[in-house]
Design a protein around this ligand. Structure first.
Ligand SMILES: [Ca+2]
Length: 346
């Protein structure tokens, strides 16, 4: 390793709504600068602060450090301390703040995904099934209607993920159908701890999950959201041998799963597995995870949101499971690969 006493740093900002770099005022150790700005930094601690919005009013999303070695580091905060140590970071790098990163592409449908455990579950073990949404725009409310075979799996807990609250901090309500008695609800969402019991005895063969959630608007202050992630998690116990199944009721039934935009129109969606990215129609899930899905991620390996062909549909996961970190790397390839061979509905 080449040991250096200092490194060259370029500090920049990028707006992906505009597709170009932008000027923002940032602070380094209480001194103000304007991007782009070049620095020479020695060993030490440096406090960087980037503004909430860029000059066009687009919100801060995250920072990346791009090392000249080709490695990178994701930083979620706009205010952080960067420590430069002699032996492992004395390498030139670019520190970049990104604005307006919306995980949405109109080349793909909105996906309601079901995320099953990747490894086999033994009788007596607990496991979770998550239902989430990818590639949605202006989501204001959602409702899930789903069934599971009660002899094989017993529902233990329904957990609210506070999905509609996560972008604008909007007040919202999370409702659980108490199956003809009274609905349970959370408002604010910690009122009942956000955990509920599933209805295991819906009929002779199946248990039922019927939950919904909506933003509570206040004179236009809280619009619909554009994001990705789990909307609800359900914990089960495996009760007998047999395959785990989870059926999401779709729009051919009386009760069904749907999404609403902020004009209260239904948002067209498809239901499949989290790793189902494509099929015979490119970019449209086909209910199975095969080499088409793996190839689609692999073809875009290394791409970031600065690339003009950036496709957020392929950004499945990050340091945190299913987080949107704006780079297609080995974590994304690994997630699809782990689900290779899975089909939906299963
Ligand atoms: Ca597929």
């Amino acid at each position: 390793m080449v040991v250096m006493a200092s490194c060259n740093v370029q500090v920049a900002a990028h707006d992906n709504a505009l597709g170009s770099d932008v000027q923002v005022d940032f602070t380094l150790n209480e001194t103000n600068y304007l991007t782009p700005h070049n620095l020479t930094l020695g060993i030490g601690n440096y406090r960087f602060t980037f503004p909430d919005e860029d000059q066009y009013g687009y919100p801060f999303a995250h920072c990346y450090i791009w090392y000249s070695s080709g490695s990178y580091k994701y930083i979620k905060a706009r205010d952080f301390i960067l420590s430069i140590t002699f032996f492992n970071q004395s390498d030139d790098f670019k520190l970049k703040a990104y604005y307006h990163v919306e995980p949405y592409s109109d080349k793909h449908p909105t996906l309601i995904y079901v995320d099953f455990p990747v490894t086999p579950i033994k009788r007596g073990e607990n496991f979770s099934v998550s239902v989430g949404i990818r590639n949605v725009k202006d989501l204001f409310a959602w409702e899930l209607y789903a069934y599971y075979p009660k002899e094989i799996m017993r529902g233990l807990l329904i957990s609210d993920t506070a999905f509609l609250n996560r972008i604008n901090g909007a007040p919202y309500i999370f409702l659980v159908d108490n199956y003809g008695v009274n609905g349970y609800c959370t408002y604010p969402f910690i009122l009942f701890g956000g955990n509920f019991t599933p209805y295991n005895d819906y009929n002779l063969t199946h248990g039922l999950i019927h939950v919904g959630s909506t933003i509570i608007n206040s004179v236009g202050e809280y619009p619909g959201i554009t994001t990705t992630g789990p909307i609800v998690k359900i914990k089960f116990e495996k009760q007998s041998d047999g395959e785990i199944k989870f059926f999401v009721a779709q729009d051919n039934s009386r009760f069904y799963t749907f999404l609403l935009d902020s004009s209260l129109n239904e948002i067209p969606s498809v239901v499949s597995l989290v790793s189902d990215l494509t099929g015979s129609q490119i970019g449209f899930p086909d209910g199975k995870v095969d080499i088409k899905d793996v190839a689609m991620v692999s073809k875009n390996f290394g791409m970031t949101e600065e690339n003009p062909n950036w496709d957020p549909w392929l950004d499945l996961t990050g340091a945190e499971y299913l987080s949107h970190d704006c780079i297609i790397d080995i974590k994304d390839v690994a997630l699809v690969s782990k689900n290779f061979g899975k089909i939906f509905p299963k």
